[in-house]
Design a protein around this ligand. Structure first.
Ligand code: CUA
Length: 314
């Protein structure tokens, strides 16, 4: 499903694909345009004033008009317009909004959904799937330090503060995959704390949610069975949950469907067998400082089996 959605890596407020982002882009253009016109007018007047000298009475008129009346009128107009436009931003609470909880952690994102079928919670990481055209409310908090969620193509940014729940409403208008990232310095790997919002049709979203609600895929080949054994033998479950296999910890990202996600390490690497193997052996090469220890002692065949098993968790 993800493969057919256009991937927007631009991360630009000038490429809006969501309701709030559209309003924010209008702010950007109008303020930039008005600022440009005012700058040109001031420079023209400055140039004129250098060339001719007004009588004191007329000079006072210029100062009164240009220094007081003009800014009052222009700034009041911009204030009025931006207040009116801000009121059209997505409301912070809406009856039929889809609520998703996002917890920022050093340096990744835990994403939780309520499954309407089983009533259980579905936990995933670093990808927020949403239906297009529907109001979405993200309940935001942090497990450690202050982070900030920003997906410029969809909405403004919102700080995520430990011990406090904040929220961000958004609505995607166009299907696509939109890159976002942490926008508040939060330590060594702040720069590699990316996330992707996957906006698809309601039907595709429902299908995705139903798949995520399933327990982990069975290991149905000798290599995958070996990979699953290694997962348990290496005590990966001390930090990672794979639903149906080991569910004792949520310190690290939930890996039940890690193979279905586009990236590992919060956007650090694509989810491929070779990058998974490299990450398991030594995550600090691509993301120095992450809390996951490396497993350099594993032989290549074991690494390959473990990587193949994780990749199979679609
Ligand atoms: Cu999290 Cu910067």
């Amino acid at each position: 499903m993800n493969a057919v959605l256009p991937l927007d890596n631009a991360q630009s407020v000038l490429h809006p694909a969501g309701w709030d982002a559209l309003i924010i882009s209008h702010f950007t253009w109008v303020l930039f345009g008005a600022g440009t016109l005012i700058f040109i007018a001031v420079m023209a007047l400055l140039f004129l004033s250098l060339r001719r000298h007004e009588r004191p009475a007329r000079a006072m008129l210029w100062i009164g008009g240009g220094g007081v009346a003009f800014p009052v009128v222009v700034l009041s107009a911009l204030l009025g317009w931006s207040t009116w436009r801000s009121a059209q931003l997505a409301p912070q609470s809406s009856q039929d909004a889809l609520t998703i909880s996002v917890t920022a952690k050093m340096w990744w994102w835990e994403v939780r959904y309520h499954d309407p079928v089983s009533g259980r919670e579905i936990v995933t990481a670093n990808e927020i799937h949403i239906p297009v055209g529907r109001a979405v409310y993200l309940g935001l908090n942090s497990a450690d330090v202050i982070h900030s969620l920003w997906v410029p193509a969809l909405a403004g940014k919102r700080d995520m503060v430990p011990g406090r729940v904040t929220g961000l409403s958004l609505r995607a208008e166009k299907p696509g995959v939109y890159r976002g990232q942490c926008a508040e310095y939060c330590g060594e790997q702040h720069a590699k704390m990316a996330l992707h919002v996957v906006a698809s049709t309601q039907q595709d979203f429902d299908a995705w949610l139903a798949r995520q609600a399933q327990p982990a895929a069975p290991a149905d080949s000798p290599q995958l069975a070996k990979g699953r054994e290694l997962f348990l033998a290496q005590r990966c479950q001390a930090c990672h949950t794979v639903r149906g296999v080991a569910e004792e910890s949520r310190l690290g990202p939930d890996l039940t469907h890690v193979g279905s996600r586009m990236h590992i390490g919060a956007g650090a690497l694509p989810t491929r067998r070779d990058s998974l193997a490299g990450w398991i052996a030594d995550p600090h090469t691509s993301k120095p400082g992450v809390f996951m220890p490396g497993s350099r002692e594993l032989d290549p065949a074991s690494l390959a089996a473990l990587a193949a098993y994780l990749e199979s968790l679609k």
